[in-house]
Design a protein around this ligand. Structure first.
Ligand code: F6R
Length: 232
């Protein structure tokens, strides 16, 4: 994996933006997108750019199960506010949090098959989850409903009024779907990601550390700030 260490997340967002631009110039037409705090500086660069994304397809990693698209904490709302209002794509896919589980899983797998992902943007959880694939999830999983771990619920409660309001399940692309992307760009910032980053890069490849599977992909760039790199 190609590891780039930056001073902070602002510099990382600029570096990530350069890589996204390069991929688009090299004919990437399907971007896999992530939510959460990590991609915010990248999306800021994308919003401020002159690049037209209206010929591109976007496919998001995940959505909370049970949240309607217009819920303030849904990933639909996050994407509208952080990217799509300023930069509409030709088509954007995000799992429907209110969708019937079986139908939604089928629909999403079909979407990923129909639009193979050229570049997948990822964050990483403090427990090394990618998408919402929590430790122990099979590397062979495609889209599915994942039960969120206490660690994830705890990390995400900052966006909700209280811990009880954090959904306990999410639709997520599986590890197999993530690995099918031609290129992967993972970002991580802050001291609390340092152990996950270390285990992803140097630890054994195990379903207990979902991001460790990225060691087997042939085109992964990892952009981390100094704090997230502090255990390397
Ligand atoms: C978000 C996602 C998650 C986050 C991870 C880190 O779509 O799939 O894997 O990337 O939980 O979250 P932040 O960036 O908020 O630290």
């Amino acid at each position: 994996m190609n590891v780039i260490i930056t001073k902070d997340k602002v510099e990382a967002g600029k570096k990530a933006f350069e890589l996204v631009e390069k991929a688009i110039h090299n004919d990437a037409s399907v971007l896999g997108l992530a939510t959460g705090s990590t991609p915010e500086t990248l999306y800021k660069e994308m919003r401020a750019s002159n690049t037209d994304y209206s010929n591109l397809i976007s496919i998001n990693l995940d959505e909370y199960k049970g949240l309607p698209a217009d819920h303030p904490q849904s990933y639909h709302t996050f994407m509208q506010e952080n990217l799509f209002n300023a930069k509409p794509f030709k088509k954007s896919f995000i799992p429907d949090g209110l969708g019937d589980e079986e139908d939604e899983v089928k629909r999403y797998n079909k979407t990923i098959e129909e639009y193979p992902i050229d570049l997948q943007i990822l964050g990483i959880g403090t427990n090394a989850h990618i998408g919402f694939n929590e430790p122990g999830t099979s590397f062979l999983q495609e889209t599915h409903v994942e039960k969120l771990t206490e660690a994830t619920i705890n990390a995400n409660k900052r966006y909700f009024k209280s811990e009880e309001d954090v959904p306990k399940y999410a639709f997520s692309m599986g590890i197999k779907s993530i690995l099918s992307a031609k290129k992967i760009l993972l970002m991580a910032f802050g001291e609390n990601k340092a152990e996950a980053v270390y285990n992803m890069l140097n630890g054994p490849i195990t379903e207990q550390v979902p991001a460790s599977i990225l060691q087997t992909h042939n085109d992964v760039t990892v952009i981390i700030d100094e704090a997230a790199a502090s255990k390397l």
